[in-house]
Design a protein around this ligand. Structure first.
Ligand code: HEC
Ligand code: HEC
Length: 164
């Protein structure tokens, strides 16, 4: 009888330990990033890096074009939305997804990201942060619309230089 009780206690204890061990095992990399509004919340480190590199290269900029540095902590604060360029990039990402889904029948990948089957950031940006609206050669010169007036077909003629 006494031995049986001991065995019972041991069994109980070891099952408690097993349950504790199982529940304390965390799922991998969940909600690692703090402020994702357009990219999938469960995106991995590697995939996020790839997206960020692609955006930076397409625009010909570094990370600090969209992200601020926390001077007190002496490191980049990637979660901060302090720079308007970051919000603009979100708009651009949504626009790009819409174009690809609506006009290029883009499917989603395993993460739920729309594939860039038609256009990507580089289609328009080509290594510059601020692509200018340009008019085809044939529309320029005498006979073209004055600056600022939409040309036939709705293309706006650029006025001056917008670069900061
Ligand atoms: C063109 C703008 C732009 C550039 C350039 C850019 N990022 Fe981002 N980054 C964003 C946006 C927008 C988000 C938020 C995405 C979202 O809302 O889902 C983001 C999110 C992030 C996050 C996640 C932060 C969090 O915790 O929410 C990290 C980390 C990051 N970027 C790193 C980088 C690095 C490293 C570079 C340089 C290689 C870089 N970014 C370049 C726009 C940019
Ligand atoms: C269909 C063409 C097109 C695509 C695709 C596109 N952009 Fe843009 N983007 C533009 C144009 C045009 C402007 C300039 C808008 C203006 O004059 O205000 C711009 C401006 C921006 C700006 C603001 C730059 C500044 O000087 O403040 C950011 C940031 C940006 N784009 C990021 C992106 C990112 C990131 C992607 C891909 C997810 C992307 N864009 C895809 C056309 C595009």
């Amino acid at each position: 009888m006494l031995i049986n009780k001991k065995i019972l206690v041991t069994l109980c204890l070891s099952s408690v330990i097993a349950v504790v061990a199982l529940t304390s095992m965390k799922p991998e990399e969940e909600h690692k990033f703090k402020n994702l509004k357009v990219l999938p919340k469960h995106i991995t480190d590697k995939q996020l890096d790839k997206v960020m590199d692609e955006w930076a290269h397409s625009l010909g900029v570094h990370c600090n074009f969209c992200h601020v540095r926390n001077e007190a902590e002496k490191k980049m604060d990637f979660a901060s939305d302090a720079k308007p360029e970051k919000e603009m990039a979100r708009h651009m990402y949504k626009m790009m997804n819409k174009i690809n889904q609506k006009y290029f029948e883009a499917k989603k990948d395993s993460l739920g990201m729309v594939m860039t089957s038609g256009v990507n950031c580089n289609t328009c940006h080509k290594g510059t942060s601020h692509p200018e609206v340009t008019v085809p050669e044939g529309r320029k010169g005498p006979g073209g619309p004055p600056p600022g007036v939409p040309a036939p077909g709705g293309t706006l003629v650029p006025q001056g230089d917008h670069k900061q």
